[in-house]
Design a binder for this molecule. Structure first.
Ligand code: F6P
Length: 380
């Protein structure tokens, strides 16, 4: 019987869906029937606090390293966040490279494979370690859904549900006071959260980083809505959206280990612009970290499960340097090196209405096509 010791860690911003993925890595790797069938006996080692957990020394090893059992993880899929903890530690940080220590510790722990549940930054580190000979498998997670090569990243669906529920709550007070609310979502440089959150919640205007907006146009649309009888309106603005000719709004100048400055401020800015130009009572509201919180939705639990199982399958097959993904409705895998260095962004030609600053209003119709309903759509 072969023996395999698998490390698992979560890195970057937390979100719902991480615990289901950890649980199913453990349950699959330690499944008696599968182990017998595959002739592999597995151990799973939980690494705490992302890459920071692999920077341990003799005095801190115990704090960061925990063997995981099936019993321990049994109920984890019901909970948000990550039971393993997370940080934005970058072992390859410019001017402070600690990657040798990480490599030594991977050796010290005797890890045959490392399952990394993370977004662009965390998987970027995984990719570098893979080049140094570490057997890595990635699992995509981020509420921003900005990873290339996958149609889904863990945490996104739960965050959309949070946004939709919060907008529902906002509507009653917005209606009572006849206010315009500008709601700022997370998402960094990608507009998926604002766009799909805005579509789910029925926002009147949606502003995304992929299309610079005109403040005048926003004001025109607001006045148009009012003239059409709207008592109030909800504007969804991604934290990375910016006015034409302007820059993203940043909350502070201190960047994290990966060089990202914290974004934020667009909601207040825009609410003030609307107030000044239209005289309407306008307020900015920042949804913030609650988008990352709460119990995972049914979809995140199920996707976490599939991704966790698929990751262990790849370990067993010794098909390393891969990220499990969701592509065209199927769980699949791709080279991790194709994921890092390029974000998946909203296509403003096919997924955004640049006239109304909103989601698309046509699914099959294309302006340049003569027939309004193309042949394949008739089959639906
Ligand atoms: O990447 C996830 C995310 O929530 C972004 O949407 C947001 O800009 C960022 O993390 C916030 O990071 P932090 O947790 O470091 O404040």
């Amino acid at each position: 019987m072969k023996r395999r010791r698998i490390g698992v860690l979560t890195g970057g911003g937390d979100c719902a869906g991480l615990n289901p993925a950890i649980k199913w890595v453990v349950k699959t790797a330690l499944d008696d029937r599968l182990q017998a069938e595959r002739g592999i006996q597995c151990e799973v080692i939980g690494i705490h606090d992302g890459w920071k957990g692999l920077l341990f020394d003799e005095t801190t090893q115990e704090e960061y390293i925990t063997p995981l059992t099936r019993e321990m993880v049994n109920t984890w899929d019901r909970y948000g966040g990550t039971m393993l903890g997370t940080t934005r530690t970058n072992p390859y940080e410019k001017g402070k490279d600690r990657s040798r220590l990480v490599l030594n510790n991977i050796g010290k722990l005797g890890l045959d494979a490392l399952v990394i549940i993370g977004g662009e930054d965390t998987l970027g580190v995984a990719c570098k370690l893979a080049r140094e000979g570490v057997n890595v498998i990635g699992i995509p997670k981020t509420i921003d859904k900005d990873l290339s090569e996958t149609d889904y990243t863990l945490g996104f669906d739960t965050a959309l549900n949070v946004i939709t529920e919060e907008v529902d709550k906002l509507r009653t007070t917005a209606g009572s006071h006849k206010r315009i609310f500008v709601l700022e979502t997370m998402g960094r440089y990608a507009g998926w959260l604002a766009l799909e959150g805005g579509e789910s919640a029925g926002a009147y205007i949606i502003l995304i980083p992929e299309y610079d907006f005109s403040v005048d146009k926003v004001n025109e649309l607001v006045m148009e809505g009012k003239a059409a009888g709207a008592r109030y309106n909800i504007i969804m603005a991604a934290e990375g959206a910016k006015p034409a000719g302007g820059r993203e709004f940043v909350k502070g100048e201190v960047a994290d280990d990966f060089g990202h400055k914290p974004l934020g401020g667009i909601a207040e800015y825009l609410a003030e612009q609307i107030r000044k130009a239209t005289g309407l009572d306008s307020r900015g509201i920042v949804l913030g970290y609650i988008q990352r919180g709460g119990a995972p939705s049914a979809y995140d639990r199920r996707m976490g499960r599939y991704f966790g199982i698929a990751a262990v399958d790849l370990v067993v097959a010794e098909d390393f340097g891969k990220m499990v993904c969701f592509k065209a409705g199927k769980i699949a895998c791709c080279d991790i090196q194709n994921v890092v260095g390029r974000l998946s962004l909203v296509n403003t030609e096919t997924q955004y209405d640049i006239e109304r600053y909103n989601g698309r209003r046509t699914i099959f119709y294309r302006k340049e096509e003569k027939s309004k309903v193309p042949a394949d759509s008739k089959r639906c």
